[in-house]
Design a protein around this ligand. Structure first.
Ligand SMILES: NC(=O)c1ccc[n+]([C@@H]2O[C@H](COP(=O)([O-])OP(=O)(O)OC[C@H]3O[C@@H](n4cnc5c(N)ncnc54)[C@H](OP(=O)(O)O)[C@@H]3O)[C@@H](O)[C@H]2O)c1
Length: 324
């Protein structure tokens, strides 16, 4: 027997329960992993609240790192004892041990520890596909990244700067502004008190940015469109402030023949080859120091409710791990 966080109904952090669960042996194609560290992500709060519906009862969590304890029939490229990490479905990472499809696991390079892996897999693979696939950021581009001091934010800002982009980040307080500056942002906008689009126009000499990465959603969507240059790319990839209401497509024409996409990591990593390619790009930028991944908060996995409260109240910065 082992323990996991489970939900039986959707709601606030109080619906998270620490329960004894039976894990069993891996089915064909699966591996059983003992987690050393589990990642906390904003999407976990959407699953918990019901914004992204799950069949109930359910586990929670999409990111972990640990050691392979057993492999099921037909799994040939993993062995007991391998150090692995993953990001993505099926949900259930908030657990001490779990079985999951072996083809979702990436072997961890020796130089990347479990805590770092659990802190970076989901937010790092997301940064990888956003900056390298959805829109290929080039040296000389100016990009706007919202919630720059958050989990995705600190990784994406460093990575975009390393690609040669000028990064404008948005944050809600001075401590976060300092963090954003220290992690690749050439300019930081306090979106709690400044007009984002006006500031972006000032910074870019009236031109606007090539691309906006917007994980905040409802509160920033219109300012994001207004910050783009003609033919710019609006990447709406999250709902930290709530989901974006339906959009009038004519707006895209009026504001400069803009491109708009609403991507998700699952589609960019659905094929094993794509998962491996993005994983290798992430491991490379972390290993050579272009992107530094720091664990800013650490909670016992059994206290996941506390971690959810802090994340939703904007009290966290950077990446957070849950220790099983
Ligand atoms: N589509 C994908 O593939 C994908 C993958 C990963 C993550 N995401 C999305 O990316 C976003 C960031 O995820 P994360 O895990 O790295 O979280 P995070 O950025 O560490 O935390 C969310 C941040 O959003 C900002 N925020 C603005 N308005 C908010 C509000 N009303 N309530 C709470 N936070 C608010 C806060 O920063 P300030 O205090 O500075 O405003 C907060 O720290 C989320 O929307 C997530 O769903 C999408």
């Amino acid at each position: 027997m082992s323990f996991a966080i489970r939900i039986h109904k959707t709601g606030g952090p109080e619906v998270l329960h620490w329960e004894e669960v039976a894990v069993g042996d891996p089915a064909p194609g699966q591996a059983r992993v003992r987690h050393a560290a589990v990642g906390l992500n904003f999407i976990d709060t959407y699953h918990r609240s019901g914004l992204y519906p799950l069949p109930l009862p359910s586990g929670l969590g999409l990111e972990g790192a640990g050691v392979v304890e057993a492999v099921g029939e037909g799994v040939s490229d993993l062995r007991v004892g391998d150090r692995v990490a993953y990001a993505g479905g099926p949900v259930g990472a908030y657990s001490q041990q779990r079985c999951l499809p072996a083809d979702r696991l990436l072997k961890l390079p020796e130089r990347i520890g479990f805590d770092t892996a659990a802190a970076m897999m989901l937010q790092g693979l997301t940064s990888a596909y956003l900056l390298r696939r959805t829109c290929r950021v080039q040296a000389g581009d100016t990009v706007l990244i919202h919630a720059a001091a958050g989990g995705v934010g600190l990784i994406a800002c460093q990575w975009a700067a390393a690609l040669g982009a000028t990064v404008i980040g948005t944050v809600s307080n001075e401590e976060k502004a300092a963090l954003a500056h220290a992690h690749g942002c050439a300019h930081v906008i306090r979106y709690d008190r400044e007009d984002v689009a006006v500031r972006v126009r000032e910074i870019t000499g009236g031109e606007g940015v090539a691309v906006v990465y917007d994980g905040v959603g409802r509160d920033t969507f219109m300012a994001s469109l207004d910050s783009l240059r003609p033919l710019g790319m609006m990447v709406s990839f999250g709902n930290a402030s709530g989901p974006v209401p339906p959009v009038d497509l004519l707006l895209l024409s009026q504001k400069g023949s803009l491109f708009l996409t609403r991507p998700t990591l699952a589609h960019y990593t659905a094929r094993r080859a794509d998962l491996e390619a993005l994983g290798n790009e992430l491991f490379d930028v972390v290993a050579d120091g272009r992107v530094k991944v720091e664990v800013h908060q650490r909670y016992a996995l059994a206290d996941a409710a506390c971690a959810h409260r802090d994340l939703e109240a904007r009290r966290t910065t950077g990446s957070t791990i849950l220790v099983p």
